[in-house]
Design a protein around this ligand. Structure first.
Ligand SMILES: Nc1ncnc2c1ncn2[C@@H]1O[C@H](COP(=O)(O)OP(=O)(O)OP(=O)(O)O)[C@@H](O)[C@H]1O
Ligand SMILES: [Mg+2]
Length: 460
């Protein structure tokens, strides 16, 4: 089951309320119990003191009968207050069940004790004092008892009321907590509503962050950041699709055009051969675009180079240069290797040569005949860099940052009338190869020398 913030908040509110009420309730109950106790004691004490004062001055059995009458008068009908006087002389005694009372209260001189009289259910709170002898009277012990049941009942009623109030309070807190949680979480609902309404067509929309509480605005901003990146990626994808369609359209139009022309009238086998030959070039061009795109798609999916082998980089470079022997002879250009020529790197050689030959091809295409092209190797702590430099016209900073993008060319004219037939994927592939080796790319144009470089990681 999914965890609900509302449920958790309500549970926490309830537990907190329960603890608070229990604490307050316990404290209140304690105070009340103590006050009742004190009250009871004071009442007993007052009665005991006044009787004691009176008994002190009585020394004969004749006058003792007045004490008895007085105590009789003080004893209420319901027997809730009772008196006993214990004495060795039976003439100076008062009350029933004296032997038991004596046993129950002997220890408690001046202190109050609770006793339960035999044959009675009601508890009595008693207080006893010694009264010293006077004239004919021996020392006596006076005991006053008061039924403590009403006090008990008050305490119990109070306790019940406290419990009921406490539980009611907890219930109120739980309901209020639920409501508070719902109101508090409302911005979240609004946010998810907004997020649900997002469609690819509305990717430029952002979540409203101004009206949100701080806790949520960070989330919404992070989400908006993700949206922005998505939008950019989506835009690139759309542009890429348009570019692909555009790239494929020209060779297809050529193929259709030449085929239509060939078919428009009777031709010899030799004519057809010529047309097919021309078509083959366009078809190969189509194939190379499709292959390049498939390769880039693989790299996009996060594919990394496998079968990495520690290889002397210069050796791989030289092998790639050998492939260009014929082209180099034709243009009179030369390629040299400089820098850390001993450098070794972990490479997948097919990928490496693919990147290398794209760079060399560009360098040859974009430099004057007879130019000196240099491949510079440089070992750094984390990466090995391979840079290809050739003399050539300066490239603007604006172009430099985009040259590794797909289909990006300096002369933006996409029609095929230009003298070189690149389709703008070469450097994108170099970048893909670099990233498959955990590396990066860079481009610079300084002092009439253009340098394009890529790196392969030494750690990965
Ligand atoms: N050595 C270089 N000197 C000057 N400009 C260059 C150089 N290398 C690349 N460029 C510029 O960068 C653009 C992109 O190069 P990239 O290799 O990606 O595509 P391409 O060469 O046009 O086509 P492809 O390599 O796919 O056949 C080129 O069109 C060119 O404008
Ligand atoms: Mg190229």
């Amino acid at each position: 089951m999914k965890r609900s913030i509302t449920v958790r908040l309500v549970a926490m509110f309830t537990v907190a309320a329960l603890a608070t009420f229990a604490l307050i309730g316990a404290a209140l109950h304690g105070v009340l119990a103590r006050e009742l106790e004190r009250h009871q004691y004071e009442e007993l004490d007052t009665t005991v003191k006044s009787l004691q004062f009176w008994i002190q001055a009585i020394g004969t059995p004749e006058r003792w009968s007045r004490v008895q009458a007085r105590m009789d008068a003080l004893t209420p009908e319901d027997g809730s207050v009772r008196f006993w006087v214990l004495s060795d002389d039976p003439r100076f005694q008062y009350g029933k069940g004296l032997a038991e009372i004596d046993g129950l209260t002997r220890e408690a001189n001046g202190r109050s004790t609770d006793i339960v009289l035999p044959g009675q259910e009601r508890p009595f709170r008693t207080l006893s004092v010694h009264v010293p002898p006077f004239e004919n009277r021996p020392a006596v012990r006076l005991i006053v008892g008061r039924n403590s049941e009403p006090y008990e009942r008050t305490r119990e009623t109070f306790l019940t009321a406290l419990l009921a109030l406490g539980l009611g309070g907890v219930l109120v807190v739980a309901v209020a907590g639920y409501w508070i949680a719902r109101v508090g979480l409302r911005p979240l609902e609004r946010l998810s509503g907004e997020a649900q309404a997002l469609r690819p067509k509305t990717l430029s929309q952002r979540l409203q962050t101004t009206a949100l509480p701080v806790e949520l605005s960070a989330l919404a901003e992070a989400f908006n950041g993700a949206l922005a990146r998505l939008e950019e990626a989506y835009g690139q994808l759309e542009a890429f699709n348009a570019d692909v369609a555009h790239e494929l359209r020209t060779p297809l139009a050529n193929l259709i055009g030449s085929t239509q022309v060939a078919l428009s009238r009777q031709r010899s086998a030799g004519d057809f051969e010529e047309v097919l030959q021309a078509n083959l070039e366009d078809l190969e061009r189509l194939r190379s675009i499709v292959n390049d795109m498939l390769f880039l798609a693989r790299a996009d999916r996060g594919e990394v180079a496998t079968g990495l082998v520690l290889t002397p980089v210069a050796q791989e470079v030289r092998k790639t240069i050998d492939f260009f022997e014929f082209v180099l002879d034709e243009s009179g250009s030369r390629v040299g290797i400089a820098g850390d020529v001993e450098a070794q790197a972990r490479l997948e050689s097919a990928l490496f040569r693919r990147a290398m030959s794209n760079l060399l091809q560009n360098a040859i295409e974009h430099s004057p005949p007879g130019a000196q092209i240099t491949v510079t190797l440089r070992e750094e702590a984390a990466a090995t860099w391979i840079a290809v430099s050739n003399p050539g016209a300066a490239i603007g900073q604006l172009h430099l940052q985009h040259l590794f993008d797909r289909f990006y060319r300096v002369d933006a004219s996409r029609n095929d009338s230009g003298e070189h037939h690149g389709h703008g994927l070469g450097l994108a592939i170099v970048k893909a190869v670099a990233s498959m080796h955990g590396g990066q790319v860079s481009a610079s144009s300084e002092g009439g020398v253009n340098t394009f470089a890529f790196s392969v990681s030494r750690t990965g």
